[in-house]
Design a binder for this molecule. Structure first.
Ligand SMILES: NC(=O)c1ccc[n+]([C@@H]2O[C@H](COP(=O)([O-])OP(=O)(O)OC[C@H]3O[C@@H](n4cnc5c(N)ncnc54)[C@H](OP(=O)(O)O)[C@@H]3O)[C@@H](O)[C@H]2O)c1
Length: 386
């Protein structure tokens, strides 16, 4: 009897992913069976409730503790370097550090946007200093140039650089073979190679200073993604770069914890979809997830990132739902099924196989009268022209 329970539930879950029409039939069969023999289903319901309860509890615990209080910078001239701080999550992170009195070095390519961000940060807190470095971090030499600049230029000599945020990154959506190879290589150069170089250079310097007797706290935050947990069809290469960042950060977190305790921490931030300039650049506004409103604000992602970094936590997932979905998927679904689920979320809205009626209802719900549009495959990551 038990095997019937599990097999009919499994059939329903599989058809839910593979063939939504068959899933409707399977769900009716499952419901009928539950109504006819409710007692047989008690163990399954109990197991599901316990597992869901544990993971929901864990998620809620880890997200609700972010009380978003201000953490004042007591040490004079504590400084943070933030890459990609002229837009989106990076810019919101910069505002949080400005509010708490940190001096800030912002790195991006577009000089005009760097200057504008600097002006806004100084408006937020006049007592801090803000410095701009214009650099394309997808170029191999850039990481060393940034590192040498802040350690040899006398302009920075009074600063205590003890926080580093590897935020600059490109989001790309589309089928792997249909997207331009050079653009995907550029993304790897930025998301993986550039990040690794900066992480190693600044991480080593922080460790050297502790070895030389510094009592300062040192923190590094790397921007991973919700996409880093599963294979990501329609965002295959991008998702893989984020998995690299997530796993690298988690592994180095353990190495540093064993050697330096909480004095030098590495954290990874894993936001789901965030409504920034990266969304239209990558065509992600056409995805089912976006159309269903499953995205966060950059302010919220930054707040969670800030507190995760300040506490030296391993990683944080942005959003209650994202946390629950990830924990449940990882606990229950095999990899291939996780990949299928991810494909649904990242697919184009117009490919959604729902009845026209249901689709219309969703559109009305979203206030989206324009309806589904075709997927824009290629992402452009050109710096804004001035
Ligand atoms: N938005 C999302 O849905 C989402 C979800 C999960 C994770 N993330 C990650 O979060 C991070 C920030 O994303 P976002 O959405 O806030 O992006 P965004 O708004 O597009 O901002 C990207 C920032 O990076 C800079 N940048 C881009 N290419 C660069 C390069 N080659 N060298 C130096 N700087 C460069 C940009 O400035 P310039 O163009 O002037 O260089 C800009 O300041 C990325 O690592 C992204 O992968 C985003």
């Amino acid at each position: 009897m038990m095997s019937n329970i599990w097999s009919s539930t499994r059939d329903f879950l599989v058809s839910l992913v593979q063939d939504p029409r068959r899933a409707v039939e399977d769900s009716k069969l499952l419901l009928q069976a539950i109504i006819q023999n409710p007692l047989d289903y008690i163990p399954l319901l109990a197991a599901t409730s316990v597992i869901s309860g544990i993971f929901a509890g864990l998620s809620i615990r880890s997200f609700s503790i972010h009380s978003f209080r201000s953490i004042p910078n007591k040490q004079l001239r504590e400084t943070v370097i933030i890459t990609g701080a002229t837009s989106g999550i990076g810019r919101e992170l910069a505002f949080l550090f400005a509010r708490d009195g940190y001096s800030i070095i912002i790195v991006a390519r577009n000089i005009k946007q760097l200057e504008e961000t600097r002006r806004l940060l100084l408006e937020t807190n006049k007592s801090i200093e803000v410095f701009c470095i214009s650099k394309d971090l997808s170029i191999a030499e850039s990481a060393k140039e940034v590192f040498n600049e802040v350690h040899t230029n006398p302009m920075y000599s009074h600063l205590c650089i003890n926080n580093f945020i590897n935020n600059a990154g490109v989001v790309m959506r589309g089928e792997f073979l249909r997207m331009d190879l050079d653009k995907q290589s550029d993304m790897i150069d930025l998301n993986i190679s550039g990040l690794t170089r900066l992480f190693h250079l600044f991480g080593s310097e922080f460790a050297r200073r502790i070895d030389n007797g510094s009592k300062q706290k040192f923190r590094i935050l790397n921007l991973a993604s919700f996409a880093s947990f599963t294979p990501n069809p329609n965002m295959a290469c991008y998702g893989a770069t984020k998995s690299y960042i997530h796993y690298l950060s988690m592994a180095v977190h353990e190495e540093l914890k064993a050697r330096y305790g909480s004095q030098l921490s590495v954290s990874a931030l894993c936001p789901g979809l965030v409504d920034t300039a990266a969304v239209p650049k990558s065509g992600t506004q056409h995805s089912i997830l976006y159309k269903l409103g499953q995205y966060d604000t950059p302010e919220r992602a930054a707040k969670i990132g800030y507190h995760t970094m300040m506490r030296g936590e391993r990683y944080a997932i942005v959003g209650y739902m994202n946390g629950i979905v990830i924990y449940l998927c990882q606990a229950v679904l095999p990899y291939w099924l996780q990949a299928k689920c991810a494909r649904i979320g990242t697919s184009d809205w117009s490919s959604l196989k729902l009845s026209a009626f249901f689709k219309d209802q969703l559109r009305v719900y979203q206030g989206n009268e324009k309806g589904a549009e075709d997927m824009a495959f290629a992402s452009t990551n050109e710096p804004t022209k001035e």
